[in-house]
Design a binder for this molecule. Structure first.
Ligand code: SAH
Ligand code: SF4
Ligand code: F3S
Length: 482
């Protein structure tokens, strides 16, 4: 039994640590909001927590191994607690939970419950069972929709998270790329129903959210029927969402090249709310490697697709994911990847060394690439992408860009927001308030952000009081448009 005053009053605290992709970020928010309704307050300080949840990622070996080192640290915390008669409950959720299930408890006896991504709505019940002394492992693919069974997030919880929000509309994957665990950890492709998505989007907008990013492992495979029963795809859903009062910006991630249909491409041309930034992973520029990866398209198909997307929206910024050192990858295959990157000119890209994952076909293929070769290829690819990223950022200097203001900046007199192209922009606080979309002139680039004119922090003498620089009210480049 817990003996602290707080738990006696029913006020417990939960600490949730999130690993992996945005889908996990969204799931953690939903779990936290649901637990709040069950009397748990969220804390950022693990030492204060009565319940610790690690929402995990299984995509690469390192990601999965991190969990066990974290559990080692939590074990110490739990025994310190036990010494003073106070309980600490520990849960593992997410993709490691799904992939390893009961093995986690065997390897890390500190763990009380293991819950896979499709059964989060059973968390309150699982906690009750843990309180009765059970150790709970729930890794079925539930037939019911977990989000339908999780309570809707409270307006205060949404507002606390700010003016941008994630909204999961699709889960799972049927693509079975030969390197990837996702089809095994998240199950097959399921779309959340249109009405559930629209209701949630309206709730987000009513709580002050201006920008929504639709999430899915293969978000562009979303399919549903609109209010009049007409079948629609992601483009149709985006068009409906664009009409929700208050929502000014829409994004979606992650897409598979095979699911970019004509309607979605057209939406990039004619839907003002749809931001001109697309994350479209290709993984490799070599056809034999794409084939071995089971990506089911060639490099030329990807480039032709980008041509069509750019024809619809010429200024679209592209980002991608790349794996180097997939089994069988030769120098020539890798050069083909560099060539593809040179042709595309990415605004950003995520690069990974191939990590063999148990149970995936790639793990047992011939021709594993030595670690030092993977490292060398990764460095070369990253250098090329970095060059493109810098060129992309610098292309904005001297130009006007719209910024959605998200929060106060690091220095007094500054606010931070994002451009349509997802670049963080530092703007002077006189530009507007959180939630406003303003137009600013970019004066310079910083390593990972752009600076708007008038936002440069004042240079302070050591020991001097911070000076809040007040740019002239008449600055012509600042125009509030929303
Ligand atoms: N659903 C998305 C992304 C899934 S995981 C898609 O289809 O693109 C995110 C990225 O992790 C992948 O795009 C891939 O580049 C990388 N990744 C997945 N499995 C990997 C592995 N075994 N080793 C290295 N990188 C991997
Ligand atoms: Fe993994 Fe491929 Fe599915 Fe993306 S499309 S989640 S990389 S199997
Ligand atoms: Fe990782 Fe699972 Fe996302 S494996 S990348 S957390 S879907």
């Amino acid at each position: 039994m817990d003996t602290t005053d707080e738990s006696a009053r029913g006020e417990r605290k939960v600490f949730i640590k999130t690993y992996g992709c945005q889908m996990n970020v969204y799931d953690s928010q939903r779990m936290g909001d649901a637990l709040e309704r069950d009397g748990y307050r969220q804390t950022e300080v693990i030492e204060d927590a009565d319940l610790v949840l690690l929402n995990t990622c299984h995509i690469r070996e390192k990601a999965a191994e991190k969990i066990y080192s974290e559990l080692g640290r939590i074990r110490v915390l739990k025994s310190e607690r036990a010494a003073v008669g106070r309980e600490l409950r520990v849960g593992v959720t997410g993709c490691v939970a799904q992939a390893e299930g009961a093995e986690i408890i065997e390897r890390a006896p500190v763990v009380d419950l293991v819950i896979g991504p499709q059964t989060y709505h059973r968390l309150p019940d699982a906690l009750k069972r843990v309180a009765r002394g059970e150790r709970v492992v729930e890794t079925d693919y539930a037939v019911e929709d977990k989000f339908d069974h999780l309570p809707a997030s409270a307006r205060s919880a949404i507002a606390r998270r700010g003016v941008t929000a994630f909204l999961t509309v699709q889960e799972g994957c049927d693509k079975f790329c030969t390197f990837c665990v996702v089809p095994y950890t998240r199950g097959s492709e399921v779309s959340r129903p249109y009405s559930a998505v629209m209701d949630e989007a309206r709730r987000l907008a009513e709580a002050g959210v201006r920008e929504v990013t639709l999430l899915g492992q293969n978000v562009n495979a979303w399919a549903g029927t609109d209010a009049s029963g007409r079948p629609i795809g992601l483009a149709g859903l985006l068009r409906e969402l664009a009409a929700v009062p208050g929502l000014a910006r829409l994004r979606y991630t992650t897409s598979h090249p095979r699911d970019m249909d004509d309607d979605l491409i057209a939406a990039h041309g004619d839907l003002r709310a749809l931001m001109p930034y697309l994350h479209l992973p290709v993984q490799s520029g070599s056809d034999p490697i794409l084939k071995a990866m089971n990506r089911r398209h060639k490099a030329a198909d990807y480039l032709a697709l980008l041509d069509r997307i750019r024809a619809a929206r010429p200024d679209i910024a592209l980002s991608g994911d790349f794996i180097v050192g997939f089994p069988g990858e030769t120098d020539a295959d890798f050069e083909a990847t560099l060539d593809l990157v040179r042709t595309v000119r990415y605004a950003a890209a995520y690069t990974f060394k191939y990590s063999p994952r148990p149970g995936t076909p790639g793990a047992t293929m011939d021709g594993h690439v030595p670690e030092d070769v993977k490292t060398e290829r990764l460095e070369r690819l990253q250098a090329l992408i970095r060059e493109q990223q810098v060129a992309f950022q610098e292309s904005f200097v001297g130009r006007d860009t719209e910024v959605l203001i998200e929060k106060p900046g690091r220095h007094p007199g500054q606010m931070i927001g994002r451009s349509p192209f997802l670049l963080p922009v530092v703007v002077p606080s006189s530009a507007g308030e959180v939630g406003d979309i303003v137009t600013v002139r970019i004066s310079e680039t910083r390593p990972n952000s752009l600076m708007a004119a008038g936002a440069e922090p004042a240079v302070m003498a050591a020991g001097a009081e911070p000076v809040v620089s007040a740019p002239a009210a008449s600055e012509p480049q600042l125009r509030k448009i929303a």
